[in-house]
Design a protein around this ligand. Sequence first.
Ligand SMILES: *Cc1c(COP(=O)(O)O)cnc(C)c1O
Length: 233
Amino acid sequence: MNAISENLSLVRQRLREAEQRAGRPEGSVGLVAVGKTWPATALEEAHRLGQRDFGENYLQEAIAKQEALSHLAIIWHFIGPIQSNKTRPLAERFDWIHGVDRLKIAQRLSEQRPEHLPPLNLCIQVNVSQEASKFGVALVDLKPLAEAINELPRIKLRGLMVIPAPSDDFEEQRQSFRILRVALEQLPIPSMDTLSMGMSHDLEAAVMEGATFVRIGTAIFGKRTRNPNTLEG
Ligand SMILES: *Cc1c(COP(=O)(O)O)cnc(C)c1O
């Protein structure tokens, strides 16, 4: 077995065990393979092994891979920061957008979503930490934002997404994810069925708190050696 095949098996095993421990049905947690910095050939290998959902952070890098892999049936997730002047390619090329935290971005995505495609699946990024973070809507502002986004005709509001401050402590990890779960439970919007939370180092805690998508890069493709921040977006 090569590295990706071995790693993907291990991640699937971790997911099955976490689902079991959480008392959740097998297969209830979706796996988004995060390919940032990795070449299209690495994604193609994961696809050959049955992986269908792929996440990318940087637009130019994502478009290059989408073009290289256009012969494959892939569900594309955009999980990176969004610049308001770059929404059109997101609306045209992706199935899911995970990190929206402003109404203006959602409005542009709705206006720019092509008619021949289904409404764009969208998650609102929430800031669950006390410190002011650059990204994510504050909990107090979540409900009005969700209600406004829910009115947009070409958007399907699916749920919430979080990138908590990294922690090695399982209970601390759970606490951030629990805040997101409770926030979702308190929103009265029926289409919101998604919790996008959990990465390589904390997927078990996320599954315990109800994650429906985990976003996994390192544990599938290996440690990133290129600094993703130097890639153009
Ligand atoms: C890079 C990234 C991931 C994957 O992180 P790993 O620790 O490599 O699993 C998940 N979500 C977002 C938003 C990311 O930027």
